[in-house]
Design a binder for this molecule. Sequence first.
Ligand code: SAH
Ligand code: SF4
Ligand code: F3S
Length: 419
Amino acid sequence: MTKKYFIITFGCQMNKSDSERIASLLELMGYKPAQKINRADLIVVNMCSIRQSAVDRVYGKIFDFAKLKTQNSKLKTVLTGCILKKDRQKFAQKFNLILNIKDLTKWPLPLIMSDRTLLEENYLNIKPKYQTQFSASIPISNGCNNFCSYCVVPFTRGPLVCRDHRKILKEVRKVIKNGTKEIWLLGQNVDDYQSREINFAKLLKMVNDIPGDFWIRFTSSHPNYFSDELIKTIGECEKVTPYLNLPVQSGDNKILKKMNRPYTVARYKKLVKRIRKEIPGIALSTDIIVGFPGETKKQFENTKKLFKEIKYDMAYIAQYSPRQGTAALKLEDNVSQKEKNRREKVLTKILEKTALENNKKYIGKIINILPTKHKNGFLTGKSFHYKTVKLKGKKDLIGKFIKVKIIDALPWGLKGKLL
Ligand code: SAH
Ligand code: SF4
Ligand code: F3S
């Protein structure tokens, strides 16, 4: 009987994209996807360690596996993704196998030696089994050299390795030919990309030059590498969408320094100003950490001030979580849980206001949407500016660009009417 697999993915878009490569590899080995977890012979957990809460979720799953194993004694469980050393030892007893994602090409080597794609050196070159036909996540790099003092990524994913731009372009051309409408270029800091003489701005331009009707998105960007050349390129490339995630992490210079983020608030603000001038109407999101060790009320007020000033469209607000191996672990995690909750709430409130204010500007406008979901007679999708839009419509419009008139705005999205 054919063996079935089930993948559980935690964490960021990079992990989701990695899971697509895992799926494709398993299918090359003859596995078929299991519709339900209790039908699987192989469960792969692709984990995230960015905060302790992410790790705790994996522990929760282990409990479920014990039950599943009583129903299927042959069930195999594999752990991969971003794993911290100390957790690796603990999980070793709970999973049948712990495999390094970077070794994906070698996972089943004896079984599928004949497949050429698996002899690639870089696992990113394994052709993924894309989750959807109309949106494709394409990694351009993996890892990070920045060592922000709170962050595990340089430890779990290793140093920055950029993919050859020709391989990236080849993959883009292929998915476009298959009808993909949205390309996500992924990396921890895409603006740090460099392969031979090609930097991220040049890569964007090359992707933009590929013929076809599609949108180009990318994430994340690091304020330190966001060059004027890149700003100009985004403004000029008609397929590159006017949406930018530009994590600031804190609005206080002393905290930024302790975080090892090599910019000041003033420099970040100047950068945003230049971006808004060259790319009018661009939607901006950010990442913020509240309750970093030693963050005083006054320092938090600075973050609040910046937050109000920039008027973000979206923000990923996280409470500081101490992580093994990071430099910040030496600092006392001395902001109380209650105070972290409060700071998170304060920022969420501001975001609700600024996002609504920004969204109201779309009322009455006619914009393009790429619907991706259908439920109870309603389509939802993202706009060119990466705004969530909900409207009445038929299922067969999924994956097609449609023109929509915006009739109402909420903090977290827009309501539209099909034209
Ligand atoms: N490479 C991206 C983000 C990677 S991690 C960048 O540099 O911006 C995604 C987000 O998780 C970070 O932006 C940060 O806000 C949050 N994060 C990372 N480590 C964290 C920690 N120890 N505690 C809380 N949030 C954290
Ligand atoms: Fe982590 Fe900093 Fe690298 Fe982003 S830039 S992945 S926050 S170390
Ligand atoms: Fe998590 Fe690894 Fe992404 S730690 S956020 S899955 S890079």
